[in-house]
Design a binder for this molecule. Sequence first.
Ligand code: BGC
Length: 290
Amino acid sequence: MHALGIDIGGTGIKAAPVDLDTGTFVADRVKIATPHPAVPDAVAKVVHRLVETFSWSGPTGITFPGVVTNGVTRTAANLNPAWIGLDARAMLAKAAGQEVRLLNDADAAGVAEMTFGAGKGEPGTVHMVTFGTGIGSALFVDGVLVPNTEFGHLEIRGKDAEERASERAKTAQDMSWKHWARNVNEYLEHIEALLSPQLIIVGGGISRQSDKFLPLLTGLHARVVPAAMHNDAGIAGAAMAAHPGSAAPVRAGAGANANPDLGAAIGATGRTGTLGDQGPPGFPDPGLPE
Ligand code: BGC
């Protein structure tokens, strides 16, 4: 089964159709620069263009770089504030010409990594962090996502962590790898102090250059590994969230068709995961009522 994943970021909006059994793209990814200002209408136009580019009709999942509860975008640190409080799912569904699922970008990337990538089969506490325009976070306990954690906005030495440790901060302040790695180290120490994850997965585009900064990190107890899917994880996770009526993932790692019986059982409780409701079981559309 295939679904279209669209990953809305502060810099680019990327899309690809995804094979949900493998997490791989079935066509080349297309990227369009995020419009400025990144107001809802302008972003919706890009979403429309991407859907048209792939002549897509079918399950579609979209990520958003902010808190999403019940299809409503609650924050927009790196997009225009007009998104705050908007029923973005309804608006983007109109642009896409079909129902869509909407979820936080780091949550999507995390679920993809937990299912197909660096966190596959990992029990216990796993923290996925994405370094990009902002810092995204996704927290997993035994493969189950705790959505909308927003640990990129931890305050460290009087500043939002994003201001020192995002990829954007590195570029904007022209930091050396050594300087930036020190900031990342400090940030991950805070994460460790609060969450004690056994595994930290480092994602975002910059994870392709992990050899330049992961070896510089010191004093952390968690294993720190690069994301296997790098910046593509968000698209894959978006597509996974779109899978209608999925039996799984009941939890990340279960695979798209892992346990039909469990899916049926969950369906009987009303959590069928049909388009427009709360999403596939175990992959919560953040903040929706049980
Ligand atoms: C947002 C998060 C998002 C992250 C990465 C942060 O500024 O608050 O929701 O996941 O950037 O895009």
